[in-house]
Design a protein. Structure first.
Ligand SMILES: Nc1ncnc2c1ncn2[C@@H]1O[C@H](COP(=O)(O)OP(=O)(O)OP(=O)(O)O)[C@@H](O)[C@H]1O
Ligand SMILES: [Mg+2]
Length: 367
């Protein structure tokens, strides 16, 4: 069992930078948790505090219910894989992987068994005699992971381990790490600023910004129920469309009015939106929830808007339309059979069940 609990963990560096502010999160046993956020949001700092490499300013970190604030890194039973792999250049792959165990005075036979087992799992058995400089980026990455595996730690910490790899290798290593997680039944905390990595690998995503946790949830929750504008805009590509809007009551319904159109809220959203009548909000809708009317299932006048096509981007399996409506420019991801042409009018249909509404002032989600 290996559960990690962060309770109001704060890190203030000597130069007064508040890198992490009151972070509270539980990483369950065998869970794959991804810390996600833009550069400088405090991901590495959080990881280093869990590892014990960085002192915490206030708060508590527990491993398996035991407070480890003052426990030395080597006694935490945690293995960290660094962004730059930090392999010893003068040692072979075998020696790199064996080194940590040697320091801990493991018997030779046990070291040999563990290194070979890890090499087998990672598919690097034939590389054991090479030096790091004789390896490709992906192979080096595997050695770095192997060095962590041989220790059989309670918790694995990964700091952007794929960021040095090319796009194709990244996709491959992504699924390999996921398989490894299942095989080792390990607790993993994984840091990345890449939302696709987070979505595809995580059981649970922790979204951070400016040292503050914005939301904790499954990839599904984070994508479909973002708690604020930052999370909504950070996850998803192309990004969610945001428009200034006002909520109005009209003709027995509740409507969302922007500079370019007026669409009717679905019944399920009415009770919440009633409290926002005549108030300023931000209307959000993802590109895939906007359809070309020609290919929409149930177009109604109250969920159809008219816009002018600025750019058509055919991607093969889908087509992106950049459309101007009023003062707003939005992106729709539509059926590739669309007849849309630059500069022409187009009717777009919104799936009103999937919309998001945010408080303009607090940026928090209302729907
Ligand atoms: N040793 C340090 N001394 C002072 N400030 C630091 C130190 N290390 C990091 N910081 C600051 O703390 C904040 C968080 O840094 P951190 O490295 O945790 O971010 P990150 O989310 O890992 O970013 P990146 O994606 O760029 O790696 C940043 O503002 C950074 O400049
Ligand atoms: Mg970092």
């Amino acid at each position: 069992m290996a559960q990690v609990d962060l309770e109001k963990v704060t890190k203030v560096y000597e130069n007064k930078v508040v890198a992490v502010k009151e972070a509270t999160v539980t990483i369950n046993d065998k869970e794959f948790v991804v810390l996600l956020g833009p550069s400088g949001c405090g991901k590495t700092t959080t990881l280093r505090m869990i590892a014990g490499l960085e002192e915490i300013t206030s708060g508590t970190i527990k491993i398996d219910g035991k407070v480890v604030n003052d426990v030395e890194p080597k006694d935490r039973d945690i293995a960290m894989v660094f962004q730059n792999y930090a392999l010893y250049p003068h040692m072979t792959v075998y020696e790199n992987m064996a080194f940590g165990l040697k320091l801990r005075k493991f018997p030779k036979a046990e070291i040999d068994k563990r290194v070979k087992e890890a090499a087998r799992i990672l598919g690097i058995e034939e590389l054991l005699d090479r030096k790091p400089r004789q390896l490709s980026g992906g192979q080096r990455q595997r050695v770095a992971v192997g060095r962590a595996i041989v220790r059989n730690p309670k918790v694995f910490l990964f700091d952007e381990p794929l960021s040095n790899l090319d796009a194709k290798l990244r996709v491959q290593m992504r699924s390999e790490l996921k398989k490894l997680h299942h095989r080792l039944e390990a607790t993993i905390v994984y840091v990345t600023h890449d939302q696709v990595e987070a979505m595809t690998m995580a059981d649970k995503i922790v979204v951070m910004k400016d040292g503050v946790i914005q939301q904790i949830g499954s990839p599904y929750e984070i994508y479909n129920k973002p708690s604020n504008i930052f999370v909504a805009g950070f996850i998803g590509s192309p990004a969610m469309n945001f428009m200034d809007a006002t909520i109005i009551a009209e003709r027995g319904g509740i409507w969302i009015k922007t500079s370019g159109f007026k669409v009717k809220a679905v019944k399920e959203h009415e009770a919440i939106l009633e409290k926002w009548i005549e108030k300023q909000v931000i209307f959000g809708i993802r590109p895939e929830n906007i359809f070309d009317k020609l290919f929409a299932l149930a177009p109604q006048p109250e969920n159809t808007i008219e816009g002018i096509v600025d750019v058509v981007e055919p991607l093969g399996s889908e087509t992106l339309l950049h459309v101007t409506t009023g003062d707003d420019s939005i992106v729709a991801r539509v059926d590739p059979r669309t007849k849309a042409k630059d500069g022409e009018k187009i009717d777009l249909v919104f799936d009103m069940n999937t919309i998001h509404i945010f408080d303009k002032e607090t940026q928090q989600a209302i729907i």
